[in-house]
Design a protein around this ligand. Sequence first.
Ligand code: AFD
Ligand code: MN
Ligand code: MN
Length: 407
Amino acid sequence: MKEKQIELGIKMLEQEFGAQRVRRAIDAVQAFRVEVPSWVFGNFGAGRFGDFTPSGIARNIFEKLEDAAQIHKLSGATPRVAMHMLWDFSQDGRTPSWKMVEKVDQAAGELGLGIGAVNPTYFLKGSHRNTYAAEEKTTVDDYVEQTVIAAEIAKKYADKLVTLWFPDGSSYPGQVQLRQAYRKMKEALLRTMEKIDRDVFVLIEYKVFEPGTYHTVISDWGTSYLLTRELGENAGVLVDLGHHPHATNIEQIVTRLIEEGVPGGFHFNTRYAADDDHSVEPNPELARIFYELVLGDVVTNPKADKNWAYMIDQCSGREHRMHAILHSIDSLQIALAKAMLVDTVALTELQERDEIILANRFFNASLILADVRPIVATARLEKNLRADLLAAYEASGYRTKTDAERV
Ligand code: AFD
Ligand code: MN
Ligand code: MN
């Protein structure tokens, strides 16, 4: 969008939605922060079709941090990088190393970044027969230990946030005892929580399938929620957009959690088939989710502890890594801007009068039909950033540099 188009676009939005609402949308976009995952910048295996790596890909955690810094420089929205414990804090990919933690922390600091959520890596040795729900006590103990160390790292070096995703489950009926698997998971989680400091926050991610195709131990938000109730006040539910059965109404889940006062977090991505981990796209579902987050006051709340934790969880395949992540940030900001435009008072009036279609059309006028790119562009221009993130990246010279260096 050219500057003239942006100006004109803002004028049109002001006429339809009111100048105040447009201003608040710009402010919200400026205030919104989201974590980027370290793993998006590297080479992520895509099985037997994965023999392709885009140029300029980061080869180690330090190059990943450089990429993250470049993303933050362009977007101003991503000062924190989520880490995968035994990929990023280990020399051999099997054991945690405090020396690595220190080096990574220092490198991040020098680049103006911080370590965000710490993700223990549960898909390592022994995990083909589950982790927290495993038969073998040594496997459970090893993974509990890893989580405890993750919590220590999160406390000492990061934002005191640990996000847990367990691959536990089964692929055939009869393979494992369903009740026992859940009980074991709960016991090991309780044991973990006893060992970690109360001011470290733990988000529990659920997923309907994979690697288990018949069942997963933490399959849905209800299971996560039940567990968090047992675990205490420093536990919450992590919603990953790729982890539900098709056609699940995710905004409804969001409202349940908010209404019950359950602290939450998001892993943003886009899925078509299943857990595709694609870049975030600015689709209507995302805008509706943001509407509920805005209404629930858990996004861009000036009281930081009221906000949910927002992270991008994507693993790109053939697409250019930096494009992929910038596209996600752009999409999230678009969704937030749309959510901010909804006149909730007018909507409530229509709801009270039971104007079914009129309410729906009114809602969609903001969430689907409004072109909010001028809002997002203005938010950036006011912060001395370029209006178009991907164009700014292409013009930055960073691509040429990394393409040449990283061979
Ligand atoms: C897996 C899960 C997931 C989770 C990630 C964490 O699908 O979304 O957040 O691992 O390590 O890929
Ligand atoms: Mn996830
Ligand atoms: Mn996933």
